[in-house]
Write a protein that binds this ligand. Structure first.
Ligand SMILES: Nc1nc2c(ncn2[C@@H]2O[C@H](COP(=O)(O)OP(=O)(O)O)[C@@H](O)[C@H]2O)c(=O)[nH]1
Ligand SMILES: [Mg+2]
Length: 445
């Protein structure tokens, strides 16, 4: 029998209301002991006076009794809606501990919900994502995932694989009997269809992860072009040091912000140039590494410079990148034409006067929306999902190669592909995967 657990489910600190949850077989007796009477009618808010074992009144609380299995965790559970005073919450938690109940670990309520079949693993992850969501897009994606938008697709793929597997196994088991001539041949279109769908999901794969973790934008360019000024202007605060001294910024400075409802991670970087200073060399190395793995690069160019270091940037630029032609308050120099010749979409701005900034902001937002919005629900919102998809995809590819010459091998690869997909919804749940997933939760969830 699992131990009965309790935790404060709301944020700690002074508040109007604080909710304490309990779950496990001794929830009913604990409610009885605290209220001095049998648990109230199921799933209805009932006002009860709570007392400790010495009979001291702790609070007047709303008690909601949710007997299993139709509860969040699947077990007998209860919620105590207390007055949100720190001392009141403390005294109720103490009373529960005195009754022999144990404080819950992070994510333990949701882990029990998963173990009791109330949620699958992808849905349990969505619960954590909902709690962590800071933008509308993150919240929307998490709500969809909790509703099964991701799990349903994985289950449908698995069903298709199992259907194909049944055909292949029939071919393996009864090679000489009166089976329809070309069983393997009939499995092929099913497997090919699945392979296409999984490849498409993978191609789209980073979108869901970017929505959850943030779309990464690197500000790069030569020293003194105005990268740090741009970061500060976009972030709306002085996050990076701005000085007339070239080479001021050395570390990558990351600032999270929200653009069009999407989480964005903006990075200011060291100016790209050749240097003999070991600190600056390391700064430039980090700048390049960040820029290469970023989803978008904004090339900040000092448009007033006669001849700049735009050359340094060439190798890293990609067609979707943006150009910020800065210092438009000054006379245009030779560098501006050179930068325009790259063909990247450019916006003339002045960080000194603010001129052109609305245009740059909307160009940035447009890039983020184009990259992250889409009709289909993303089928990988965490690295864990895309790794499973990749594994399934390569097993499927191998199965298609084996199909004619070695049906047994093909069947085994199809089996492994379906197992890779099953890991996402936790149908096959290795303990270490579960520990990783649930350790990221907060206590009380
Ligand atoms: N005239 C003018 N100066 C600017 C503009 N933007 C930045 N600067 C100046 O250029 C210098 C370098 O700016 P900074 O943001 O530190 O450039 P970074 O080295 O690319 O990070 C500072 O002295 C800024 O005040 C601008 O639009 N016009
Ligand atoms: Mg700087």
């Amino acid at each position: 029998m699992s131990p009965t657990i309790f935790a404060l489910a709301t944020a700690p600190g002074r508040a109007a209301v604080a909710v304490v949850r309990l779950s496990g077989p001794r929830s009913g007796p604990a409610v009885t002991s605290l209220t001095g009477r049998a648990p109230p009618p199921a799933r209805r808010a009932s006002l009860r006076r709570l007392k400790d074992r010495q009979g001291e009144i702790l609070d007047e609380a709303l008690v909601i009794w949710s007997p299993g299995p139709a509860s969040y965790t699947g077990e007998d559970s209860a919620e105590l809606h207390l007055h949100g005073g720190v001392a009141i919450v403390e005294s109720v938690l103490q009373a529960l501990a005195d009754l022999g109940l144990r404080l819950a670990e992070p994510g333990e309520f949701t882990r029990r919900a998963f173990e009791n079949g109330r949620l699958d693993l992808a849905q349990a992850e969505a619960v954590a994502d909902m709690v962590d969501a800071e933008t509308r897009a993150q919240a929307r994606q998490a709500v969809g995932q909790l509703g099964g938008a991701l799990s349903d697709r994985y289950e449908a793929w698995r069903a298709g694989l199992i259907q194909a597997l049944a055909m292949l196994e029939a071919a393996v088991d009864f090679p000489d009997e009166e089976l329809p001539a070309d069983v393997a041949g009939r499995a092929r279109p099913i497997l090919e269809g699945l392979e296409r769908e999984i490849a498409a999901a993978l191609a789209d794969g980073r979108r869901g992860q970017r929505v959850r973790e943030g779309f990464r934008i690197a500000l790069i360019g030569a020293p003194n072009a105005g990268k740090s000024s741009l970061l500060n202007a976009l972030a709306g605060r002085d996050a990076a040091i701005v000085t007339p001294t070239p080479g001021t910024t050395r570390d990558v400075i990351e600032v999270p912000m929200v653009l069009e409802g999407y989480r964005v991670l903006l990075a200011d970087t060291a100016g790209l140039r050749d240097s003999l200073d070991p600190i600056e060399i390391e700064g430039v190395r980090r700048a390049r590494a960040w820029a290469e793995s970023a989803d978008l690069r904004v090339w900040v160019v000092d448009g007033s410079a006669g001849e700049g270091d735009w050359r340094q940037a060439r190798g890293l630029a990609r067609p979707e990148d943006l150009l910020a032609l800065n210092k438009a308050d000054l006379a245009e120099g030779g560098d501006a034409a050179g930068a325009r010749a790259t063909g990247l979409e450019g916006v003339a701005v002045s960080l000194r006067t603010g001129k052109g900034m609305p245009g740059l902001r909307s160009a940035l937002a447009g890039r983020v929306v184009a990259a992250l919005s889409g009709g289909e629900f993303p089928l990988a919102t965490r690295l864990r999902h895309s790794e499973s998809l990749e594994a399934a995809g390569s097993r499927l590819a191998a199965a298609l190669v084996d199909l004619e010459p070695a049906v047994e091998l093909a069947a085994e690869n199809v089996r492994l592909a379906s197992r890779a997909l099953a890991r996402v919804t936790g149908r096959i749940g290795a303990e270490d995967i579960l520990d990783v997933v649930f350790s990221s939760f907060c206590i009380g969830k």
